[in-house]
Design a protein around this ligand. Structure first.
Ligand SMILES: [Zn+2]
Length: 227
């Protein structure tokens, strides 16, 4: 599986290019850590004062970007085309949201993929984002804490919130082997994209039912700008 560590290692040997536009990033201070040039950064659809996602879920849900270009394309590239550098490119902005909201978590748990999906794709994009964010925050990532035991249908095809919640009920199971790594710790549940929040809520409730403290949930992108 690709890892963020390998990704960063490779980057030491190649010129620093912007993940979005492929331009060379100026070799100023901290350039080796940057994946986004200044021009592309100024085009990102930040949610800014809207970072706390509207109350679709009982958990505090922090979302850094609207699900709009160029983040929309970046997340598709990360998810379907092996562009793992986008996990490193986007994680610093999730970290900025994390700090702005003064979150203080002990571990990050990424939203799991069903094992069939994981086998097809070869990696979990939420796990890669989690790995990059965990290294910035300086806390561990606990992958596989949650298992996705059923494949749910497409949430976008479900209409109301209740139908969406019913569609994801029983989709997750706690991995009993990893309970000791989570008990007594404040968990940040992480995903790449959120729509209704029903799937993340179900995952959060599953952790809570195991006695685990879900302090917050975070997502790279969700929602559209209201113009
Ligand atoms: Zn750029």
């Amino acid at each position: 599986m690709r890892s963020i560590f390998l990704e960063k290692l490779e980057r030491l040997f190649y010129p620093q290019v912007c993940s979005f536009c492929d331009c060379l990033i100026a070799e100023d201070k901290g350039a080796s850590e940057r994946y986004v040039c200044r021009a592309c950064e100024s085009d990102l659809p930040f949610r800014f004062n809207d970072e706390i996602y509207p109350d679709h879920t009982p958990f505090l849900l922090v979302v850094s970007f609207y699900y709009e270009e160029p983040v929309l394309k970046a997340l598709r590239q990360l998810k379907f085309h092996g562009r793992t550098d986008f996990a490193s490119a986007l994680a610093p902005y999730l970290y900025a949201s994390y700090r702005r909201l003064k979150l203080s978590c002990d571990v990050i748990v990424p939203m799991p993929l069903h094992h069939k999906r994981l086998r097809q794709r070869g990696y979990n994009q939420a796990g890669l984002l989690g790995e990059a964010l965990a290294s910035l925050v300086g806390i561990p990532l606990v992958e596989d804490a949650l298992l996705r035991v059923h494949e749910s249908g497409r949430q976008s095809e479900r209409k109301g919130r209740e139908e969406k919640m019913a569609n994801v009920q029983g989709v997750f199971q706690l991995n009993e082997d990893l309970l000791p790594a989570l008990q007594g710790r404040r968990v940040l549940l992480l995903d790449d994209i959120v729509t209704s929040g029903a799937t993340m809520t179900e995952a959060g409730l599953c952790l809570q039912a195991g006695g685990i403290d879900v302090l917050a949930m975070a997502c790279a992108a969700g929602g559209l700008r209201i113009n």
